[in-house]
Write a protein that binds this ligand. Structure first.
Ligand SMILES: Nc1ncnc2c1ncn2[C@@H]1O[C@H](COP(=O)(O)OP(=O)(O)OP(=O)(O)O)[C@@H](O)[C@H]1O
Length: 405
């Protein structure tokens, strides 16, 4: 078990990282993220004992890392740096065998067990075909896999990875990260620049800024729109990966007309029909609401990603009276309602029915209605409010049309 307890350290007597504490569970994968120069590599070097601590302590299984002999350290901690220069003409096999040096006596030969462990690390990192090749005759990405294999051959309790997969193509990146994630009993602490990879692979994240922890927790607690804006200075949406349910960053291209009057607009949509509408109106700074949507609807995820208030129900559950009253209340306070023309199905009949009670609200329909699944009921409902429908043109003009400009 590794404990990082209130450590500060830096270079030339100046602290770069300050007051950092965390204690990953055994086998956990912790990601260190943060903008350039925030102190991620300095933190990793401090944990590895490469930099002296000005205060605090790092303990692995109760042992103070700063007091452990290099040999014991090599059995405890594996480090995969960002880049490794290897000046001699060693073979891939020899480099991976270097991971066993702490286990091999000074005047002894490697044992059959050492050779097995090295071969296993070579196979795990998909290097079998390169095992006899000189490390100076392989690509940068392949060399990085060799360094990862060397660290695995150490059989460490803790593995420190400094942007360890940044040289790898997407296929090898995922292969290596999958393998690292699944190393049971090994605690992994890795620096990531790619926040989507960090989110996907890490159990917990620590966000550094100016050498201090500014956020830590589960990926969805750390990768938030607020943190991205505050610490990375980016305008991005944090969506949810539909398969892993982990946060996924979608950067936004700022294109909306920010000069538009800010209006309260309610969006009725479903099945992904509202995503682009929400984004177009969000970009113009309008205050949006959406629903009623099922919580497994892709429009629900899109609205949540943009921080839009959504009225929602469980899948296949019709809204109750309280929910319909809430919708009516929101619509009565809205400056406009936008209906995604492609929203299909019975689900939206109740939403559109509520419009008939709010006769003064302008309604904008984007695109043509497709009333495939409701047997014409949707069109019947729409006919009751038809006088107020504006068939808005393309999305770029939607905000201006609603604003009456
Ligand atoms: N050897 C050094 N001597 C003095 N200052 C250093 C040294 N290495 C890094 N620094 C400084 O420490 C600060 C943190 O650097 P560090 O490399 O830890 O940040 P980082 O978050 O890993 O950055 P990046 O994302 O760019 O890799 C920076 O201001 C950097 O200039």
């Amino acid at each position: 078990m590794i404990i990082v307890d209130d450590i500060s350290s830096g270079y030339g007597g100046d602290d770069i990282i300050r007051d950092i504490s965390f204690s990953p569970g055994d086998g956990e994968f912790v990601g260190i993220i943060g903008p350039n120069g925030s102190g991620k590599s300095t933190l990793l070097k401090s944990i590895a004992g490469i930099l002296n601590l000005s205060c605090g302590i790092v303990k692995i299984d109760e042992l103070d890392v700063s007091k452990v002999s290099p040999k014991d350290m090599a059995k405890t901690l594996g480090v995969v740096p960002q880049e490794t220069a290897i000046s001699f003409d060693y073979s891939v096999f020899d480099i991976v065998m270097m991971g066993r040096h702490a286990y091999i006596g000074r005047f002894s030969q490697e044992s059959a067990e050492d050779i097995d462990i090295v071969n296993h690390a070579i196979d795990t990192c998909n290097l079998r075909h390169l095992a006899e090749r000189s490390v100076n005759e392989i690509s940068g990405g392949e060399r990085q896999r060799v360094i990862i294999a060397r660290a695995l051959a150490q059989q460490p309790k803790v593995l420190l990875l400094d942007e360890a997969t940044s040289h790898l193509d997407i296929n090898h990146q995922m292969e290596i990260l999958n393998l690292i994630k699944d190393l049971s009993g090994v605690t992994k602490i890795g620096v990531f620049h790619d926040l989507n990879l960090a989110s996907q692979y890490c159990d917990r994240l620590i966000l550094l800024n100016n050498g201090k922890v500014c956020s830590s927790g589960l990926p969805n607690e750390v990768i938030t729109q607020k943190n991205l804006s505050e610490f990375y200075g980016i305008n991005a949406v944090v969506a949810v990966n539909p398969i892993t349910k982990k946060p996924k960053i979608v950067s936004l291209i700022e294109s909306g007309d920010k000069s538009a009057e800010k209006l309260n607009i309610h969006i009725i949509s479903g099945g992904g029909s509202g995503c682009e509408i929400m984004y177009a109106l969000y970009e113009c700074g309008h205050i949006l609401t959406a629903g009623i949507l099922s919580i497994d609807d892709s429009d629900y995820y899109a609205a949540k990603s943009l921080g839009i208030d959504v009225l929602s129900v469980m899948p296949f559950s019709p809204p109750d009276n309280a929910m319909l009253c809430k919708l009516s209340e929101i619509i009565s306070e809205a400056d406009a309602v936008v209906i995604a023309g492609m929203c299909v199905g019975d689900g939206n009949i109740v939403n559109i029915d509520v419009l008939t009670e709010n006769q003064d609200i302008p309604v904008y329909v984007v695109g043509e209605f497709s009333d495939f699944t409701s047997g014409g009921k949707l069109n019947d409902t729409l006919s009751k409010i038809k006088k107020r429908i504006h068939y808005a043109g393309d999305l770029s003009g939607l905000s201006s049309e609603i604003s009456g400009r």
